[in-house]
Design a protein around this ligand. Sequence first.
Ligand SMILES: Cc1cc2nc3c(=O)[nH]c(=O)nc-3n(C[C@H](O)[C@H](O)[C@H](O)COP(=O)(O)OP(=O)(O)OC[C@H]3O[C@@H](n4cnc5c(N)ncnc54)[C@H](O)[C@@H]3O)c2cc1C
Length: 303
Amino acid sequence: MISKIISRILPHMPEKLVWQVSKTYIAGESVEDAVAASRALNREQTMVTIDILGEFIENMDQAKVNRDEYIHLIREIENQDIHGNYSVKPTMFGLLLDEEICYEYIREIVATAASFNNFIRIDMEDSPCVDMSIKLFRRIKQEFPDNIGLVLQAYLRRTLSDMESMLDLKTDTIDLNFRLCKGIYVEPPEIAYQDYHEINTHYLEDLEFMMKNGVYAAIATHDKPVIQGALDLIKKYDLPRERYEFQMLYGVTPKQRRKLVRQGHRVRVYVPYGKHWFGYSTRRLKENPNMVSHVVKAFFQKG
Ligand SMILES: Cc1cc2nc3c(=O)[nH]c(=O)nc-3n(C[C@H](O)[C@H](O)[C@H](O)COP(=O)(O)OP(=O)(O)OC[C@H]3O[C@@H](n4cnc5c(N)ncnc54)[C@H](O)[C@@H]3O)c2cc1C
């Protein structure tokens, strides 16, 4: 209830105040900010995946601007010797407005990353986007098999069958690379598990499926029991270090992240940046008020 109230009030608070909270989770407004945050993480033997903030656009002109911004970002970063790749949200390129142009724009971004031998991860957004995002991934993977990955959400009841249906994309020479997360959007019980323990059980089932089938596993979670479950599976399947990585969000549970690095695991941090941080932060909180408790907790812990 309190989380809901705070998430409604936040959009009306002064930007400066909201920034005090958001800066823990957002690298800044410019490419230079993203570079600085990425360098600091690289110094801690942590890889990055960089994301430009902004979703759900209103017209295709904005989609074009977003495409140009990503291409600019990639060209800048690839000159900077940063150990990292990129994440994109399809709705930023018009997934819900013009699927074909969205495909063309993301294809161009992947082609740019591929020209530097790098990699683009398609983030998964809310449930109306899932089928279209999988279709987009399939299409681009045909052309750039080594340069694209997808995110799947363990809270969706469909996820295991989605994984099964995509195994045809994997061959002896072509890898399949999924980031598995719990899922951040509010979805109805008909399509998504709601209970914490049930989501965790399915998370580990999905992860085991990936390991059994030789799918590269990007294990995106901060949840201790899930991390422990993943470590147990890594041991069970004797998974080589190069076949998985842990992923965490910028500013979230840094101690846990460093512990995994010390234990010898590969870790990547999701680094969001961009001019639209205010709208992004407040919209995210409105979408899922439970995030407020995390944010508030982190704020006071920091203080
Ligand atoms: C690298 C990465 C990429 C992601 N990409 C996507 C995506 O494409 N699509 C999607 O739907 N979701 C994505 N997510 C979000 C994900 O789905 C979860 O909502 C989020 O990670 C919280 O789940 P959890 O596994 O950490 O477990 P939870 O049970 O939610 O959290 C476990 C504990 O982690 C800590 N924690 C978690 N989140 C926060 C936070 N924001 N601030 C402070 N503490 C926190 C708290 O201590 C909490 O008790 C991504 C997450 C990560 C790490």
